[in-house]
Design a binder for this molecule. Sequence first.
Ligand code: HC1
Length: 584
Amino acid sequence: MVNLRINNKSVSALEGATILEAAKQNNIHIPNLCYLEGVHKFGSCRLCVVEVEGAKSLQPSCMVTVREGMVVKTNTEKVRKARKVLYELILSDHPKDCLNCERNQSCELQEMGNMLGVSEARFEGKRSAGCIDKSPSITRDMSKCILCRRCITVCNEIQQVGILNAQNRGFKTVVGPAMDLPINSVNCAYCGQCTVVCPVGALKETDAIQDVWQAINDPNKRVVVQVAPAIRAAIGEEFGLEPGTLVTGKLASALRELGFDDVFDTNFTADLTIMEEGTEFLTRVKNVLTGGQAALPMITSCSPGWIKYVEHAYPEELDHLSTCKSPHTMLGALAKSYYADKIEVDPKDMYVVSIMPCTAKKFEISRPEMQNNGVPNVDAVLTTRELAKMIKEAGIDFVNLEDSKFDNPLGLSSGAADIFGVTGGVMEAALRTVYEVVTGRELPFDKLHVTPIVGLEQIKTADVIIENPVEAYKFLDGVTVKVAVTSGLAGAKILLDQIAKGESPYHFIEVMGCPGGCISGGGQPRPTTPEIRQKRLQAIYKEDEGKQLRKSHENEDVMKLYAEFLKEPNGHKSHELLHTYYTQ
Ligand code: HC1
């Protein structure tokens, strides 16, 4: 520990901490706009300046490491004046259209102005040009960018995709892809992590709210909605609830109040995905062990940012991807076939909306692979943030809503489906089913949690030994199934490099495009700090453990779907509706 004085108080801080971090560790707040917890510091906004005894000028507290005996003042007249001027300079090149900005009242710049007591814009000068760049997933309004560079940090250091950078110099500096190219023309994965960290309205999801209202208001449309696993552990934050508050029942009620005709759960098709993906995995392993051909490791395919990344960066490895579509597109395909038949509605008159924590899902639904007979499986994707806006717009008192359940036949789910929302969850769900199918016994882990792959580390691995399998899987006797899990594209790169070199020891890999998995998706409530991520993770496991039904193959409505319609996992009908291939 390092001992220092901040604001005349003796405090200690972790070795290597910056002044800003040391202050935070001791509950002293220093204003800042560009700082991102846990990553490389950039020091671009300078709003975190402090006085350090012995230094000739004010110091950016996010860039200076604490030293033994250091004396720091964070709140002197000199500091406050400097911060105000720095803030006013940022404001001089920022539109003041707060009332119609989508970040009104959730804008960090606005909040900072209040905190610093700035009540007028003293400096008005030339404004930088700014452009609007709209892709299926992300909209950039560069007139609002304050050049804090958080998005650059997240894109380059956390995700290591590296499409955002500062272009040009001085007053002409703009953040974006090289040569001012639009993001739909570069290798953006659409993960949307940049939209989560943007402090202002410069980066956001591409809005689908009006399209969804229009569908709800159209008397000729049957409007079906479904909710991703991670939404129930996060949307409460938009209504002032503590991070990690589970609101599954309120969510179902709110969607009904908004006017959706059928309120289904993506978790249902998460269970179905396990049946399809587990079967696919066992088929691939059998092929390889009996002298045939199949690409191993098999890699999960439900995260569209990850799919887009692998298409751009490792196209020669696409055959490692499971052929399963993502659970929400599976649900869309079933709503417009199995369910549409049941209720005698023409699939063309059905409108499927997915509530997702993910911005890349907006792009995913436009892919030709996600259509059947020329009809898209899903018509619109709303992020968690967009759904919260609709609920507020409709005047629904979310916090005090009564709980209700999802509709059948696409609404029942197991705890295995819940954990799809966190890193490691899809793999654990798959292992719960695959191990039991192969051995006839329950997965031998406490509370069914495959502990080595639970948690927020970048790469996690586990070995599962198969002993005494049932007759049909004798070929697996004595085999150690090696699995790996990663979340965030930087971890995916490490595992993909191993595969490309022929050095991957794994049979099965789970990849989620966002760090921590869907709980920290690009469309989730802001902010997503490490602490909030941890709380959402705990909520998801709580939801799982609170259910009687913990394994996908025990979902009776999934079994009914096979009996009535699909017939068997990986069968003809499943391949037609639920699987696809990604090609170079
Ligand atoms: Fe996910 Fe998925 S878990 S991808 O992380 O497979 O977005 O929550 O909906 O489709 O089920 C996201 C979450 C989500 C799909 C499922």
